[in-house]
Ligand binder design. Structure first.
Ligand code: EPU
Length: 423
């Protein structure tokens, strides 16, 4: 991380105005497509992958496994999985980024075994892997967790009917990427329906996989013998898009977002409209306008097509400035509310009881030094600063850089008073 990006300073200013090109969903889709590239002996090309910080970690994971990964153009990566792979993901990398766990399915399918460091908990909850393990075991994989590593192997990967207890994104991805090369038919019931699953499935299908039902709760996969490397362009980042929508809700103004599909943001748009914002589709994205103070609404996070948990900290920042009182319920992660104390340092009036937060809106917040605790919570503090008197300084913004490329520059481009501060 360069020194001049050590903190982010924000001041309230004029309403936002202008157009933002939304980046590719590197963190929530690109990293998964990189892992999937391990399934095909050949050179896969991924486009529209902006270099968020987590990508550097995944590039190292790929290299450690023996799949050299290089930048071959702006936002374009080439992954060479032609050679013999070393099916091991080391602790130093997995501990930096949980999505490394996505190599488990592809490595089992391609190499018959995998040794992946067990990721720990993080700032948003304990994040278990039991559903990944149970599903893979049903497909014939033996799994042991020993000395901090997941050690998994099989003699033959076979199709199975797996019912997930909860539509976990990661478990659906690992099972899908294992099943494409398994012998026979796999059915994943209660599968995650997130657009990123469809993005992954579309790429796997172009690689030669036989998949039906991605994007619904039942995904059926007929295993094939081998897959080929392909070129893919990853989807626009719906969470980044949601971040700019909430920024517009807080600062007011009107913005156009390009490079995104509005149907990926359906529930966010419904909620923002209920709050008084106007949103309409454009050929390549959407247009949004916010005038005056928005009204509070209650929100409960749920798997897609529900209101995504990743928007939760961002919408809490918005609700902290709305007219009225809102109850926000977090149903996906067990401790995603630690950032509320940081917002309260900025004069927000938020109380947390278990899975619920009660937010009494305030017309103005008060600029303060605060700390980013995770990627979305960090972005939420930047947004809150847009409605705060004086200056807000967000410390430890490296969390933000894990999922956003130049959030500051993009907000500035629509008129926000945001800048990087040297130490
Ligand atoms: N869970 C289990 N057992 C499992 C798997 C999951 O109990 O075997 C629980 C988790 O502990 C959690 C819930 O199920 O409470 C949902 O977890 P899920 O597996 O769906 O999440 P994930 O795959 O670990 C991805 C995103 C998250 C996003 C969630 C939910 C990436 C790299 N991460 O995580 O993104 O919040 O899906 O949509 O794709 C973010 O972008 O800020 C972020 C955290």
């Amino acid at each position: 991380m360069t020194a001049h990006m050590d903190r982010i300073a924000v001041r309230a200013g004029q309403p936002l105005s202008g157009t933002i090109r939304v980046a590719g969903a590197t963190k929530n889709s690109g990293l998964k497509l990189m892992a999937a590239a391990l399934l095909a002996p050949g050179k896969s090309v991924l486009r529209n992958v902006p270099p968020v910080a987590d990508l550097d970690v995944m590039i190292e994971v790929m290299r450690a496994i023996g799949a050299p990964t290089e930048w071959t153009g702006p936002d374009e990566l080439t992954i060479d999985a032609s050679g013999e792979l070393t099916p091991e993901a080391p602790y130093e990398l997995v501990s930096k980024m949980r999505a490394s766990i996505n190599v488990l399915g592809p490595l089992l399918a391609r190499c018959g075994e995998a040794r992946v460091a067990m990721p720990g908990g993080d700032n948003i909850g304990s994040r278990k892997l039991d559903m990944h393990f149970r599903g893979l075991e049903q497909m014939g994989v033996e799994i042991e967790v020993r000395h901090g590593f997941i050690e998994a192997r099989h003699n033959a990967l076979g199709g199975a009917r797996v019912v997930l207890e909860f539509p976990s994104v990661g478990a659906t991805e690992n099972l899908l990427t294992a099943a494409v090369l398994a012998k026979g038919r796999t059915v994943i019931e209660n599968a995650a329906r997130e657009p990123e699953i469809t993005d992954l499935s579309d790429t796997l299908t172009r690689m030669g996989a036989d998949i039906t039902g991605a994007g619904t709760s039942t995904i059926e996969i007929e295993g094939v013998r081998d897959l080929v490397a392909v070129e893919s362009e990853i989807m626009g980042d719906r969470i980044e898009a949601g971040t700019f929508l909430m920024a517009c809700g807080i600062a007011g103004g009107d913005i156009t977002l390009e490079g995104i599909r509005i149907e990926h943001l359906e529930m966010v748009v419904l909620k923002l409209e209920e709050m008084g914002m106007r949103v309409s589709p454009t050929p390549d994205g959407l247009w949004a306008r916010s005038e005056g103070r928005l009204r509070s609404v209650d929100i409960a996070t749920l798997p897609f097509p529900g209101f995504a948990t990743d928007y939760m900290p961002l919408v809490v920042a918005l609700l902290a400035t709305c007219e009225g009182t809102a109850i926000v319920t977090e149903n996906v992660f067990d401790s995603r509310f630690s950032f509320l104390d940081e917002l309260n340092r900025m004069g927000a009036d938020i109380r947390n009881e278990g899975r619920h937060a009660v937010i009494r809106g305030r017309a103005r917040l008060s600029g303060a030094p605060v700390r980013a605790l995770d990627v979305r919570a960090g972005a939420a503090l930047v947004l809150a600063g847009l409605a705060a008197d004086g200056e807000t300084i967000v410390h430890e913004p490296h969390h933000v850089y894990r999922g956003y490329v130049d959030l500051v520059g993009k907000l500035r481009s629509v008129g926000a008073d945001v800048r990087y501060l040297p130490d």
